[in-house]
Design a binder for this molecule. Structure first.
Ligand code: PLP
Length: 416
């Protein structure tokens, strides 16, 4: 079989990139709603969304329009001056959440770093400088900076990077007795994802989240939610915590916030943010007018109850279809997990094999821990596209169940 010229060029070009990603040998030339056009001529249904980023799909006309219009007006000024676009987005986020104050970043890891600094600083200015430790749950993923790999605590991400950044304690996922024991007079905050994405779509129940809040209150610790992946409508709520009676003190958002434009935010209450006085934190790019214009439009489009109700409906439809698939092809699929359009399908064969077969069948997905295939369609997906995705997965399930996987059909990957 001859190798397409674009693929050869991709392999040669990647010689100059850091080898830290195991990239699939596929690239895309254009995106349109829930679809990506491959350089190989294939048309792919995008249930990966750049790992829960392009919630409003590719080339959303209102986002393209705002990006172009803002691009012609003003891209960047520093945070040494007032930025009205930033004030507008901060106001919008505060109106829709528990927060009173926002700091804008460029990535999820940076928003988590801001959250950690904000929690520690609050304890410091409140007369408890010894309270600097952060308690996290095993399996959590909070980014790839030195502090966020320490927060995640996973040996495979820490190995070879010197002593882990101090001040993090990790307890087993869901073990709230261990959490209560780990929260001491030196704890600044508890940091957790309402649904762990990387480690296989593992949800914390509303009941457990309420108990975590109680433990924090009892022990004088703050609650930081990492909603980098679960936020901006992904679970069918603007933020996942809004489906519970719990409100955090600090929250990190990123991914879907810019629909692919790099932007993130750390949200906090007035009381907690008050410690971040002038000079304590900063960012050159964070909150520049270009990012703010795009993110404000995203928040207006997603943070609307009718839109979110529809995400929940679509999530239930996709989940029901996945459960039917798991029942039909139990040799391939073992369990469905998740909320809204943050869904996971635990696989029987190695998940990498399933993801590769799905891609060969024109369906993009993301692998996660616990042998789970993450399915993260855009929030704007149509019912017909959900059915199309299920049909492509059914073909994979059928091939895996009949152990035909080496020759799985690629009929669904139409050439355009
Ligand atoms: C829950 C969670 N937190 C933090 C991050 C880090 O975000 P970024 O890659 O934008 O730094 C991620 C990225 O996947 C994530 O899923």
């Amino acid at each position: 079989m001859s190798v397409p010229a674009e693929v050869t060029a991709l392999a040669e070009g990647s010689d100059h990139l850091f080898p830290c990603f195991s990239r699939a040998d596929v690239s895309f030339t254009q995106g349109d709603g829930a679809w990506l056009h491959g350089a190989d001529g294939g048309r792919y249904l995008d249930f990966a969304t750049g790992i829960a980023v392009t919630g409003l799909g590719h080339s959303h006309p209102e986002l393209v329009d705002i990006l172009v219009r803002q691009g012609m007006k003003l891209w960047h000024v520093s945070n040494a001056v007032r930025i009205p676009e930033q004030e507008e987005l901060a106001g919008l986020l505060c109106e829709k959440t528990f927060a009173d104050r926002i700091f804008f970043n460029n990535s999820g890891a940076e928003a988590i770093e801001t959250a950690i600094k904000t929690a520690r600083r609050h304890q410091f200015v409140s007369g408890s400088p010894a309270r600097y430790r952060i308690v996290t749950f095993e399996g959590g993923f909070h980014g790839r900076t030195l502090a966020t790999i320490a927060a995640g605590g996973r040996p495979k991400y820490l190995e070879g990077f010197g002593p882990p950044t101090a001040g993090f304690d990790t307890v087993p996922f869901g073990d709230l007795d261990a959490l209560a024991r780990a929260c001491t007079a030196t704890t600044a905050a508890v940091l957790l994802e309402p649904i762990q994405g990387e480690s296989g779509i593992r949800s914390m129940s509303a009941y457990d989240l309420e108990r975590v809040r109680e433990i924090c209150d009892r022990q004088g610790a703050l609650l930081i939610l990492d909603e980098v992946q679960t936020g901006i409508g992904r679970t069918g709520h603007f933020f996942a915590y809004q489906a519970t009676s719990v409100a955090p003190d600090i929250l990190a958002a990123a991914k879907g916030l810019g629909n692919g434009f790099p932007v993130a935010a750390c949200l906090a209450t007035e009381k907690v943010a008050a410690g971040m006085t002038p000079g304590t934190h900063g960012s050159t790019f964070g909150g520049n007018p270009l990012a703010m214009a795009v993110a404000s439009k995203v928040v207006r489009l997603v943070g609307n109850e009718a839109f979110l109700v529809d995400v929940r409906r679509k999530g239930e439809r996709l989940r029901a279809g996945l459960e039917a698939l798991a029942a039909e092809y139990s040799e391939a699929f073992a369990e469905v997990r998740g909320e809204g359009l943050l869904l996971g399908l635990r696989c029987v064969p190695p998940v990498a094999v399933v993801a590769t077969a799905a891609r060969a069948n024109g369906l993009l997905s993301v692998v996660a821990g616990d042998n789970v295939l993450r399915l993260l369609p855009p929030l704007i997906i149509s019912d017909a596209e959900i059915e199309e995705g299920l049909m492509r997965l059914r073909q994979v399930g059928r091939a895996l169940s009949s152990r035909e996987i080496a020759g799985v059909s690629v009929g669904g990957n139409k050439r355009v």
